[in-house]
Every structure is written in C-alpha cells, then in structure tokens.
Design a protein. Structure first.
Length: 281
C-alpha cells in the first residue's frame, strides 16, 4: 500500500472513531438540559406531588401602563397558546396575578395583612403553608418571584386505573385496591416583578421569563447550570441571556401540558418528553 493510500485509510478510520463522540456530545447536553428543566418543575413553597398546571389561564397585570399591560398579557397568552395551554374567556376573573412594583416587600406585606389566606390556597387536609415560608417568599431578593397555590382536583379509587386517553380503561383484579393519583391544578399564582432591577432587560425577555414562571410551577432554587433557558435571565451578563423563550423552554411547556395528567410518573417521564418534543421540531 502506498504511503498516500495508507494515510487516506488512516484518516477515514480516525474520522469514523471520532464521529460517534461528536454525535454523543449533543445528546448528553440535551439530556442534561432536559433533566435540569424537569427537576425545576417541583415548585418552591411546599407543594409536593405531580406536575401542576392550569385548567385555563386567566392572567391580570398591575403596575404597568395600559399599553404595556396589554402587550405583556398578549405575549403571555401567545406563549400559552403555543404550548397547548388553554386560555379562559376575556371576562374571566384573574387567577394569575402579575405585579410590577418598585417595592415588592411592601406590596406583599400589604397583601398578607389584607388577606393572609392568599398564600395558603386549598390543599390536602393537614397541609398548610407555614409563616416561615411566607416570610421567606416576601423577603426574597429575587428580581421576579412566584407563589403558587395548588389544588388537588382528582383521584381515582375502586380499583380503576386511568388510561392514556385520560379515561378509565382498566379495572384491577382486586376491586378494593385504590389508585390514588394526584391531579394538581394551579389554583392561583402571584408573580411579583421588582421594577428597580430590570435594567438591560428587554420587553420580550421579561415577558418570556414571566410566562415560564406563570404557566409552570418553577422552583428557582434548582441550579440551572448551562441549560439553554430563559430562566437563567438573571444569572449572568444581560447581553448573554436568551432573547426570549428557547426551544427547550417551549418544549418544557408542551411536555408538561401534553403529558398524561393521571400518570403516577409525571415528573419522572418529563425529561424524556421534553427531548421528544425538541426532536419533533
């Protein structure tokens, strides 16, 4: 074999050996991003269980001019529709409350004093929001903070097992065996934005960030690492943040709202569904 031909074959072999590594790297990165986003959906203020979502979103905003408010609500509504999230009618009573204020603590203390039950909501018997959790939320130094009140709306028993079509398609051999499966609704959500700390943030960025923390229950304490998400908006230099929702953010919304509501492994399968959505698009 001539030296030139030998060199050619060696180059081909080297390329074949390197190719799998080049292909595997994006897959590992994708899996990591999906797992990070999935783990961030567990909520912050003591709401354990399955994925929480809206039956129908009815947003309201205060602290902005009328034009600014309409633009923000239009952006959030468009993101919701794109994610397959139902919207309530135009004359609905707002359940998603978005506040823009220069003094978040004063606003929240006033809300607490006026009606502390807004930080409790409806939960399983015996589960309450402790004053310390409310205080931690009010005293948080986050630019945007979100409080979620969750309501358990559905469970099955009498030996029935929910099917993938959300109907009851199978009975267990033992009729007395119960399948207690949580279906958690976002009952009310309060999103508070500190207007004194929005320098360098565009309208599209803040609208996208608010949409993410409004439409899905997000735990801001989960480290996001290098995940490609608008949720990292306030973590580093503003000019390096995404301009809006990333493909992974959109996939998270679609995966949360497109999954089987009655699945016992909603959170566990979320990362896989996120990747599936990204691959489809």
């Amino acid at each position: 074999m001539s030296p030139s031909l030998k060199a050619y074959f060696l180059a081909v072999v080297a390329a074949l050996l390197v190719a799998p590594c080049l292909q595997a790297a994006p897959n590992r990165a994708a899996l990591l991003t999906a797992k990070v986003l999935a783990s961030a959906t567990d909520g912050e203020n003591g709401n354990d269980g399955g994925l929480a979502r809206w039956d129908a979103v009815c947003p309201g905003v205060s602290g902005l001019t009328r034009e600014q408010g309409e633009q923000l609500l239009a952006s959030v509504s468009a993101i919701a529709q794109d994610g397959g999230i139902p919207l309530a009618g135009e004359k609905c009573d707002a359940k998603l409350h978005i506040y823009f204020t220069s003094d978040p603590r004063q606003l929240l203390r006033g809300m607490e004093k006026n009606d502390r039950s807004i930080f409790i909501g409806e939960r399983d018997p015996g589960i309450e929001t402790t004053p310390s959790k409310v205080d931690a939320f009010i005293n948080s130094d986050r630019v945007v903070r979100a409080w979620y009140n969750i309501m358990d709306t559905k469970s099955y028993g009498s030996g029935e097992t929910p099917g993938e079509d959300r109907g009851l398609t199978q009975r267990n051999e033992e009729p007395s065996r119960q399948q207690n499966i949580k279906h958690e609704n976002l009952l009310t959500t309060f999103v508070v934005v500190d207007t004194t700390r929005l320098a360098g943030i565009t309208q599209s960025q803040i609208a996208a960030y608010i949409a993410m923390v409004s439409l899905v229950r997000i735990n801001p304490d989960v480290p996001l690492g290098d995940a490609q998400t608008i949720l990292r908006l306030f973590e580093g230099p503003r000019d390096s943040a995404p301009a809006g929702l990333t493909v992974w953010d959109r996939a998270l919304l679609k995966a949360v709202y497109g999954g089987n509501l009655e699945s016992k492994q909603q959170s566990r399968g979320l990362a896989r569904r996120i990747i599936d959505v990204v691959e489809l698009h």
